[in-house]
Design a binder for this molecule. Structure first.
Ligand code: AMP
Length: 439
């Protein structure tokens, strides 16, 4: 099946061709015709499946086909959890829509609002936004959402995780009741189900295989190593195998900074990307990494969400995540769109409980390796896992919950630990204010 057989118009096909895509991905095969039909859609798809084109292409086609109002009005609204994802979706809209006469813009918090207000005033057909800033602008009457025909909630589970539900509900209230709703989510918690029930009218349901759990294209391995030797082992693996583009995950922002500094000192160019970095620092680091100028990008889970990095060859878990599902998200960065990837986790004695939880979740035992020269001390005792501001608890991942977590099969009630991660839930609406929640 080709893109043209899906019924897309010539302008879109030319844009798709320019991207170098010839075969639609499974989510695109299902989502494009469903959205073109005009009904609501509930899609289970993770980043890396090609979901962005899956909703952007038919959305643009419907806008181009529909009657054009006298002046430009926001006719399609795409909500995303993070500014990075908003920027990437915005790029896709611009890329795929380049031969159409539609106008789009991206708005998010953490940057000045005036340019955004100006862009909206000049007239837009497609608005891509994070919920907090959008609500701020809507409440200041800078944006009129009463003509929205298509609403897309991208990574809806992340938006709920990040505490955006109240903002989303407020935004829904100002949208016209008759519209097409598309909801994309990687997971289906009760909360997502409740949102879908409220939002969607007899939706088409699409589920693409969670390729990350089967992960046949991702070579996954565990290196057992002592806590203090992780950094040297990482530098050794990178140098020995000549890895050129490595995304490394740490648990905390502080840990990310420290590791990036230390690797750089060992002549491995590295930068950290996390919620305390300015937008321009993050954009710069990401561009350098994507362009091949930066060998290592060290990220926390939240910062890495939504990063669109193509066909990443190497992902390293410098520390295992506290939440087993995050392991799946992390390794989903590799082996995307058909290319092979390698995911390596450095695991010390403190993390055995976390490892068991991950293996239970993905329903397989991961291959364990020991690198000569980095043999772990068999008598090493587990220590509490340093965890951002929360340093409590035992090293086996048990009983450290604070009652807020998503938890997992192992009962690790700990939420993700991007230092600030627990704050957003308690805050009022705006992710826009200073972009604080959009790590
Ligand atoms: P997404 O899941 O939307 O973040 O897309 C994941 C990656 O796959 C993006 O970098 C896209 O550029 C790429 N991609 C999307 N559709 C296709 C396709 N049909 N063929 C090859 N690559 C694609």
């Amino acid at each position: 099946m080709t893109f043209s057989e899906l019924g897309l118009r010539a302008e879109l096909l030319r844009a798709v061709e320019a991207q170098g895509y010839t075969i639609p991905t499974p989510i695109q095969l299902q989502a494009i015709p469903a959205v073109l039909e005009g009904g609501d859609l509930l899609a289970s798809a993770q980043t890396g499946t090609g979901k962005t084109a899956g909703f952007t292409l038919p959305m643009l086609q419907r806008l181009a086909d529909g009657p054009r109002p006298g002046r430009r009005e926001v006719r399609a609204l795409v909500l995303t959890p993070t500014r990075e994802l908003a920027a990437q979706v915005g790029e896709s809209v611009a890329d795929y829509g380049r031969h159409l006469t539609l106008k789009s813009h991206v708005i998010f918090g953490g940057v000045g609002q005036q340019p955004q207000v100006d862009a909206i005033r000049n007239g837009l057909d497609v608005l891509v936004a994070t919920p907090g800033r959008l609500l701020d602008l809507q409440q200041q009457k800078h944006v009129d959402l009463t003509k929205v025909e298509i609403l897309v909630l991208d990574e809806a589970d992340r938006m709920l995780d990040m505490g955006f539900i109240h903002d989303i509900k407020k935004i829904l209230k100002v949208l016209p009741p008759k519209r097409q709703n598309l909801l994309f989510s990687a997971t289906f918690s009760d909360e997502i189900q409740a949102l879908a029930n409220k939002l969607l009218d007899r939706p088409a349901m699409i589920e693409v295989a969670r390729r990350n759990t089967t992960a046949e294209l991702v070579d996954q391995a565990i290196y057992r190593v002592d806590r203090e030797k992780k950094r040297d082992l990482l530098a050794h693996l990178i140098s020995q195998h000549n890895w050129q583009q490595v995304l490394v995950f740490t648990r905390t922002k502080h840990g990310a900074n420290r590791l990036a500094e230390q690797l750089s000192k060992q002549d491995i160019p590295s930068m950290a990307i996390h919620g305390n970095k300015s937008q321009s620092a993050r954009t710069k680091a990401l561009a350098a990494f994507k362009g091949g100028d930066l060998q290592v990008l060290v990220a926390t889970d939240i910062a890495a969400r939504g990063l669109d990095i193509n066909e990443l060859p190497h992902v390293v878990n410098f520390e295992l995540p506290n939440v087993a599902e995050d392991y799946v998200h992390r390794i989903g960065r590799t082996g995307r769109a058909g290319s092979e990837g390698q995911a390596v986790s450095l695991v010390c004695v403190d993390e055995h409980g976390l490892l068991k939880g991950i293996e239970r979740l993905i329903k397989r035992d991961l291959e364990k390796r020991i690198e000569p020269g980095f043999e772990p001390d068999p008598n090493a005792k587990p220590e509490p896992i340093e965890n951002g501001r929360n340093r409590g608890g035992g090293g086996n991942g048990q009983g450290r919950g604070n009652g807020q977590g998503r938890g997992n099969s192992q009962g690790q009630g700990q939420r993700r630990s991007d230092d600030q991660s627990q704050a957003p839930r308690r805050r009022r609406g705006g992710g826009g204010g200073g972009g604080r929640r959009q790590a």
